[in-house]
Design a protein around this ligand. Structure first.
Ligand SMILES: NC(=O)c1ccc[n+]([C@@H]2O[C@H](COP(=O)([O-])OP(=O)(O)OC[C@H]3O[C@@H](n4cnc5c(N)ncnc54)[C@H](O)[C@@H]3O)[C@@H](O)[C@H]2O)c1
Length: 336
């Protein structure tokens, strides 16, 4: 446990074990404000993998908040999937009490496997929750941020018009599906894939897009590969087989490790660090939590491609990988 905290520079790591709930909250930093981050509810092979995921995601949230200019730190919660039948309402009620016990050092929100109805249950137990059915789903804002960044990469970095470009999207969930719709609307050729065949059937029927097999999507020839499923999918072994010019998607922690960023840099594949481009949902949720107007939130969202352009510019200038540049920029903001 302490090794994990040291490796990911965690400020705090909280566990709860009860009949209704086994969960972990990782707080990476509260330097810029309370740690804000989603509550993930997906199956893990074992509790250690869940804790590792929470730690990595919390660290990413700190960098994301710093670069998005929001006054929050980074945290993440993971609820371990119960074996067999379970009472979802009781589980999220107990989780809400767990969040309340942290008295505001951690603020929760939706993430993979949770929805705004779950957040409403949590809200019954604590005020420290930045999502609800009234606030709505942050995912469309994440999708809009990723779309604006993809547009910037195509037009400014790759010199390719949107309607002459091809984007391959892995994962047609809350964000990936909306991103696909936005790209299609602008005339982009879209290739998609999802492990859930119901979702791919739906997009074939509704949009007639090309669906690649799950095992092939990452190596499909395209201008931009947009990972929108889970993290850790860009591995060192995959890099030599990639057929894209840039990688820009919403999934958190896309790179297997830091070295993967070096390999992408050497292959001249432009990597848009996930925590730089997927903060639209955070900007929205934190803005609503602070009582900002829709106009103010929209203005904050517009800044995202400028931040990414700054990361690319430093990476070109210093000849270092974009992931390293982005972490350095985030740390400078936090330290300042
Ligand atoms: N929702 C947000 O606002 C938001 C914000 C920031 C980051 N993210 C991150 O973006 C990613 C997607 O978020 P979401 O809310 O759309 O999740 P989601 O659970 O709604 O969708 C993920 C989709 O990806 C598919 N998938 C997973 N692995 C796959 C694979 N290997 N190949 C093909 N399909 C695969 C799943 O079947 C699912 O349809 C997650 O990593 C999440 O942490 C989301």
């Amino acid at each position: 446990m302490f090794d994990l905290m040291k490796e990911h520079q965690l400020q705090e790591l909280h566990y709860v074990q009860s009949d209704d709930l086994n969960a972990i909250v990782a707080i990476h930093s509260t330097q810029l404000g309370p740690a804000l981050g989603g509550c993930r509810f997906v199956p893990y092979s074992d509790p250690d993998s869940a804790a590792l995921d929470a730690a990595r995601l919390a660290q990413g949230m700190t960098y994301k908040a710093a670069l998005a200019g929001v006054p929050f730190g980074g945290g993440k919660a993971v609820i371990l999937y119960p074996e067999g039948e379970f009472d979802r309402e009781a589980l999220f009620k107990r989780f809400g009490q767990f969040v309340q016990d942290l008295v505001g050092r951690y603020i929760t929100a939706v993430d993979s496997g949770t929805d705004v109805q779950d957040m409403d249950i949590i809200r019954g137990q604590t005020e420290f929750v930045a999502s609800s059915s009234v606030i709505g789903n942050p995912s469309p804002h994440t999708a809009e941020g990723v779309f604006q960044n993809i547009r910037m990469i195509l037009e400014d970095e790759l010199n390719i018009a949107l309607d002459r470009s091809t984007v391959a999207i892995q994962g047609l969930g809350n964000v990936g599906y909306t991103l696909m719709e936005k790209l299609i609307e602008k005339g982009v050729t879209v290739i998609v894939s999802d492990k859930d065949s119901e979702k791919t059937r739906r997009v074939i029927n509704e949009h007639g897009v090309f669906v690649a097999p799950v095992s092939e999507l990452l190596v499909e020839p395209c201008d931009i590969l947009a990972p929108c499923g889970l993290g850790g999918i860009i591995t060192p072994d995959l890099v030599p087989r990639l057929n894209c010019k840039a990688i820009a998607g919403c999934a958190n922690n896309q790179l297997w490790n830091e070295e993967t960023g070096d390999l992408l840099h050497k292959r001249e594949i432009l990597y848009a660090p996930d925590f730089v481009i997927n903060s639209g949902g955070l900007i929205y949720a934190s803005g609503r939590y602070q009582g900002f107007s829709a106009e103010q939130i929209a203005l904050n969202l517009e800044r995202l491609p400028k931040t990414l352009a700054q990361v690319f510019s430093e990476s070109h200038k210093q000849d270092i990988p974009t992931n390293q540049v982005a972490v350095t920029m985030a740390k400078e903001i936090i330290e300042a």
